[in-house]
Write a protein that binds this ligand. Structure first.
Ligand code: SF4
Ligand code: SF4
Length: 300
């Protein structure tokens, strides 16, 4: 069941179809075409669990499919950034490449963004476009800071005689992209099932806050980064996706709330506190203290 209501700026809820037909206020909170685009992005008309739904917490996916929930249009505009960028790329994809095709198998379905000669002479590149935060890009690149001695010592004060250090960025840390890697490796498997060869998987991550100081403090100073994704064994990926697909199908068939999303899936509760659209329908989400300010967003 897709989102059925919008939350107006004053906190009241209105059925999306009623909002689109006529605003209950003197002036709409945003342009009508933008609201229509938000409504379309919320209802993709796909009933089976998709790859992106399977890599999400099973409880969250279950609730999104079974309850009437409300969203604040302001808080889902980021999804339109991604859709707009996909459309731009699709409109300019000529020659030896495929774009935005939904592929299915007996487990799930997934729509890849780009495939073909999109980066170099290699015709087997699977590309994915993400619009995301500087935090997520910092993690995806494996960036971290280390203390490096400057060669100087403090000449006075409490630290007199101690070595001075400065912070330097390193790019060889663990890449925090497991969710992206699972998603893209499954698209790879779907393409390979069609007889296509995938030689490389690359994410083009566009930073949505790259001009802000916070991005600079995270070592992110470009608008776009290319991030390579390693192959994960087919056996592991297929078993994982089978397990997730079985869990959501069983929950839907028996109308049983799945167990709480894993700590990673719920971003150590940050998602439950501010970014899960169905939190108020989830016993865990509604039990948390909503007065706690959720820290930065980490999703794509
Ligand atoms: S346009 Fe905005 S304020 Fe008006 S009904 Fe829709 S969500 Fe509410
Ligand atoms: S509130 Fe948290 S635990 Fe509940 S569905 Fe949302 S992400 Fe999962």
């Amino acid at each position: 069941m897709p989102a059925s209501q919008f939350i107006c700026p004053d906190g009241t809820c209105i059925a999306i179809k009623d909002c689109l037909a006529s605003c209950q206020r003197k002036q709409r909170c945003m342009f009508l075409p933008t609201l229509r685009a938000v409504a379309t992005s919320l209802n993709r008309g796909i009933s089976e669990p998709t790859v992106t739904e399977l890599i999400t917490g099973t409880r969250e996916t279950y609730l999104k499919k079974t309850v009437n929930y409300a969203v604040n249009p302001q808080s889902v505009l980021y999804a339109l950034h991604g859709s707009a960028l996909h459309s731009i790329n699709e409109n300019h994809s000529k020659g030896n490449m495929l774009t935005e095709i939904r592929l299915n198998d007996e487990i799930t379905s997934g729509k890849f963004d780009l495939y073909g000669e999109i980066l170099d002479q290699d015709t087997g590149v699977l590309g994915d476009i993400k619009v995301t935060s500087s935090y997520k890009i910092m993690k995806a690149l494996g960036k971290y800071k280390v203390d490096v001695p400057t060669g100087e010592v403090y000449k006075s004060g409490l630290k007199k005689g101690e070595i001075k250090y400065k912070k330097e960025w390193r790019d060889d840390g663990v890449k925090g992209i497991l969710d992206w890697a699972i998603q893209l490796n499954y698209y790879r498997i779907l393409l390979e099932q069609q007889g296509l060869v995938v030689n490389k998987i690359v994410i083009q991550a566009m930073c949505r806050d790259n001009s802000l100081r916070i991005a600079n403090e995270r070592g992110i100073d470009q608008a776009i980064y290319l991030i390579s994704v390693n192959r994960i064994s087919n056996r592991w990926i297929i078993r994982y996706m089978q397990h997730k697909a079985k869990a959501i199908r069983q929950a839907l068939a028996t109308k049983t709330m799945p167990p709480i999303c894993t700590t990673k899936e719920r971003w150590h509760d940050r998602k439950c506190l501010g970014y899960c659209q169905v939190a108020e329908h989830c016993p865990h989400g509604s039990s948390l203290d909503s007065s706690i300010e959720p820290p930065l967003k980490v999703v794509s």
